[in-house]
Design a protein around this ligand. Structure first.
Ligand SMILES: Cc1ncc(COP(=O)(O)O)c(C=O)c1O
Length: 467
């Protein structure tokens, strides 16, 4: 007699080769990977390949990819339009430390699509882009302090790693007087002192801060939505009021569009929210996964380059990144890829609503349909500190269940799901995602009803995840 597996039985994933790889990698790489954000102990994933919206690990397990490399892969893995163009270009040589037409064209496209950026320059990573934007703001204003919001991630340079995303909110200090919390050791205290943490969606906090210290503040840098905290959205009018406030105090506004750029709209979150910042940073979606990034802004602010501010880089504007940006931005400009992605996100959300509503759980979607989180909480979250009062243990249990069933969101509720154009193509992605979510939710709720608290994700992931 054979026994049929229960409808929501979790398949055991074969991880034999990955465990071997983990042990091998541990000998030569701290944590067995190139990034703390991928160091998941024995659950560390070693990838083989991706195509469209699907990714395979080296044990042959197949997943619907809802991470998309933390956002850059806007069209899909292995997009032939981009890859063929890049391949063609790279045969002409990749690195000259001379400027190619592709670089010029990439920045022309960036200026055209954003509509407000007059001048821009390429970097290799979002980290470099935010670092340079901050430096330019300091040079332009002659002031040293930068305001950043708690829970926002702007990369791994010292000035960005302040008050990013601890699990324990008490580390951020008193809500009325937050402390500049360095993430990890090695960040000089003098650097941390130049960063003033602020609270997202809290205009009164900003006004008081500007009245007290506005004369010292060069810029405020903001992820237009808290992309590294489930995509918490601005309250209506928040960005407009912040724009007005910064202008009142002569403070520059930097939009960190590394996650939102060329995703929320062709002109990024600035277009989506109807804001004209002074500077902005871009990466991720501008290269469909190739390491293309840039910073840019108003001509007057950018005019501190090249004479007054240092910026360079052996690989800045390298052929591969520039070609990827040219092709990806051209596709985003000339096709309805973004509309397709947004519609797919809305379809998935509608499916998830049908699953969630009958359960009577308090929940809402955060972020944008192309990049959204699911927050189990009665009221909408307004700032990073609110994450602590979400039922993120439930989310984590669902995410782990989804992995086991063949879909891969980040196993930390702070990282949103990312969608790409290929999720709308062949592969029945939407229905599969909803079914996998539904089975994983049922299993998580059943486990909760019967047992001790569900396991934490990967036993070690405890921070916003970024690359
Ligand atoms: C908003 C934001 N800014 C900057 C960065 C840093 O970009 P990169 O990882 O390319 O250095 C990230 C990375 O996730 C990001 O999400």
């Amino acid at each position: 007699m054979t026994t049929e597996p229960a409808a929501n039985a979790v398949p055991d994933l074969d991880r034999t080769r990955q465990l071997e790889m983990y042990r091998r990698a541990l000998r030569v790489m701290p944590g067995g990977t190139d990034s703390n954000f991928r160091a998941w102990g024995e659950s560390t994933i070693y990838v083989d390949r991706g195509k469209g919206g699907t990714v395979w690990d080296i044990d042959g397990n197949e997943f619907i990819d809802l991470r998309m490399g933390y956002g850059p892969v806007i069209l899909g893995h292995g997009d032939e339009r981009v890859d063929d163009f890049v391949n063609d270009r790279m045969r002409r040589g990749v690195s000259f430390s001379l400027t190619s037409e592709d670089e010029v064209q990439a920045m022309e496209l960036l200026c055209e699509l954003t509509g407000w950026v007059d001048q821009a320059r390429m970097t290799v990573s979002g980290t470099e882009a935010t670092m340079h934007a901050m430096r330019i703001a300091r040079a332009y204003t002659g002031r040293e302090k930068i305001v950043k919001f708690e829970g926002q991630y702007h990369g791994v340079h010292d000035y960005a790693l302040i008050s990013v995303g601890p699990d324990d909110m008490s580390e951020l200090g008193d809500a009325e007087a937050p402390v500049a919390l360095a993430w990890g050791r090695g960040i000089p205290g003098a650097v941390a002192e130049t960063i003033i943490p602020a609270r997202y969606n809290n205009l009164e906090f900003l006004r008081q801060l500007f009245e007290r210290q506005g004369h010292e503040i060069a810029a405020i840098i903001v992820e237009p939505v808290l992309g590294n905290a489930q995509g918490i959205m601005p309250m209506p009018g928040f960005h407009q009021a912040m724009r007005a406030l910064t202008q009142e105090f002569g403070i520059l506004l930097i939009f960190d569009e590394v996650k939102t750029g060329f995703r929320f709209a062709r002109g990024g979150a600035a277009e989506y929210f109807g804001i004209t910042p002074d500077l902005a940073t871009f990466a991720k979606a501008m290269g469909n996964g190739y390491p293309a990034a840039a910073f840019g802004g108003r001509a007057e602010v950018m005019s501190v380059l090249p004479d007054k501010v240092s910026h360079g880089g052996t690989y800045a504007g390298n052929r591969i990144a520039a070609a990827a940006a040219v092709k990806t931005l051209t596709i985003l400009k000339e096709t309805n890829a973004l509309e397709t992605i947004h519609a797919t996100g809305r379809l998935i959300q509608a499916g998830l609503r049908e699953v969630l509503n009958p359960k009577g759980l308090p929940y809402h979607f955060t972020g944008h349909p192309s990049m959204f989180g699911i927050m189990f909480r009665e009221e909408e979250a307004r700032e990073y500190r609110d994450w602590a009062t979400t039922d993120h243990e439930l989310y984590d249990a669902i995410a782990l269940g989804m992995h086991a069933r063949g879909a891969m969101p980040e196993p930390d509720s702070r990282e949103p799901w990312f969608l790409c154009e290929a999720h709308a193509g062949a592969g029945d992605y939407v229905d599969r995602i909803v079914t996998i979510f539904s089975d994983s939710l049922d299993a998580a709720l059943e486990a909760r009803a019967h047992a001790a608290p569900p396991p934490t994700p990967h036993g070690g992931m405890s921070s916003p995840s970024a690359g």
